[in-house]
Design a protein around this ligand. Structure first.
Ligand code: NAP
Length: 352
């Protein structure tokens, strides 16, 4: 059959694949996620008082092959952050503007090519002491994926952001350095602070009888509520007598989050062969003693450590006391608050 030109055009149109036909319709807008290139961060341009900590607009860090980019919901504020802001720096000179913050929690926004452990939007927490790509007082942080863990279901992202480095420090002090065993009498010295409030709960969860030091009625009430069987004020003269009455056979172990004369008096009550541990940063460091093992340590931020922390959080039904929450733009106010002292639990920045 012979076809004329019009028939051939109609046949060609009929054979045209549906997709091609569809493409003639007005194009529907493709779903392309806009990559954010700039972010807000609380950073310093020089060392100085809290007022040097200001909101900056800076580039979103690019995660390297082994790194993840975390969209932060919250960051912890630590006494060491205030030290860094004031001029303490491990070595050399930092690159300004310097984004402060060593820990926080959020969701995975992007991953480097070598990262297999995480998926986008996973709830994660992380700790990196001096992160080469900027700290956690920011909308985004790029960190080594080995220093990131999954947030346990019990914690929301604000609680997790306030408990990453403090959780690791508390758990490792109790479980790895003191190796607290069921039935032991353990003193948490500085129990109402950021690490102490978590250490009470981990020691209790391991079956210890936990005693704590705290100054003031509000702090003592909190420490008791978190599981301490007894609380003393280490700064008061009566405190040491009360401790003696609470531990007539001596203390098996002490985990110290502050130092000084009060601590030394408590250490007199540690039984021979007892153990004492403190994270580095506690000053003055406890004096060396015969028959007493005194260990200093730094929190370890590995994959295994975060897994263990997540399990311990669930086992202890951990509560994360948060003394105050500030928006990112008010990071300077958070630093003013932490420098006043007597913080019950942790201070946090809410970022999203
Ligand atoms: N190396 C590491 O990996 C690492 C990690 C985390 C923390 N740290 C260090 O661990 C320490 C604790 O950190 P944190 O965040 O828990 O600090 P924090 O929140 O300030 O807690 C310190 C606690 O010690 C108490 N305290 C302070 N001075 C005292 C004194 N003279 N006598 C009795 N109690 C006293 C405080 O009570 P008041 O509030 O009543 O004064 C508070 O309960 C810091 O030195 C920090 O740098 C080190």
């Amino acid at each position: 059959m012979k076809m004329d030109k019009d028939d051939l055009t109609a046949l060609a149109a009929a054979k045209r694949p549906r997709l091609l036909k569809k493409s003639r319709k007005p194009a529907s807008r493709p779903h392309v996620e806009q990559k954010k290139t700039l972010m807000k961060a609380a950073a310093i341009d020089r060392f100085g008082p809290p007022s040097v900590l200001k909101l900056h607009t800076v580039p979103v860090p690019e995660p390297g092959p082994g790194e993840v980019l975390i969209a932060l919901h919250a960051a912890g504020v630590g006494v060491w952050d205030a030290d860094i802001r004031g001029g303490w720096w491990p070595e050399g000179r930092p690159k300004f503007p310097l984004i402060l913050g060593t820990d926080g929690a959020g969701t995975i926004a992007a991953m480097g090519s070598r990262v297999r452990r995480f998926r986008k939007n996973d709830r994660v927490w992380a700790y990196e002491f001096i992160n080469p790509k900027g700290g956690f007082y920011a909308e985004y942080v790029a960190v080594n994926s080995e220093h990131v863990g999954r947030v346990p279901p019990r914690l929301d992202l604000l609680q997790a952001g306030a408990a990453a480095v403090t959780g690791l420090t508390a758990l490792q002090g109790v479980a790895d350095h003191l190796r607290v065993r069921p039935g032991e009498t353990v003193l948490i010295y500085g129990a109402s602070g950021a690490v102490g409030t978590l250490a009470i709960q981990f020691a209790k969860s391991r079956g210890a009888r936990v005693l704590g030091t705290a100054t003031g009625r509000d702090a003592a009430t909190l420490v008791r509520r978190l599981g301490a069987a007894g609380v003393i004020d280490a700064r008061s003269k009566r405190g040491i007598e009360e401790l003696q009455a609470l531990a007539p056979n001596g203390l098996d172990a002490v985990l110290a989050f502050a130092g000084g004369d009060g601590l030394e008096r408590c250490l007199d009550l540690v039984r021979a062969g007892g153990r004492v541990a403190h994270p580095n940063g506690v000053e003055p460091e406890p004096k060396k003693r015969r028959n007493l093992k005194i260990l200093s340590y730094d929190a370890v931020n590995g994959r295994r450590e975060f897994d263990r922390l997540a399990s311990a959080v669930e086992a202890a039904k951990l509560k994360v006391p948060i003394a105050a929450i500030y928006p990112l733009a008010q990071a300077a106010k958070a630093h003013e608050r932490i420098m006043k002292g007597h913080v019950l639990g942790r201070i946090a920045l809410r970022i999203r």
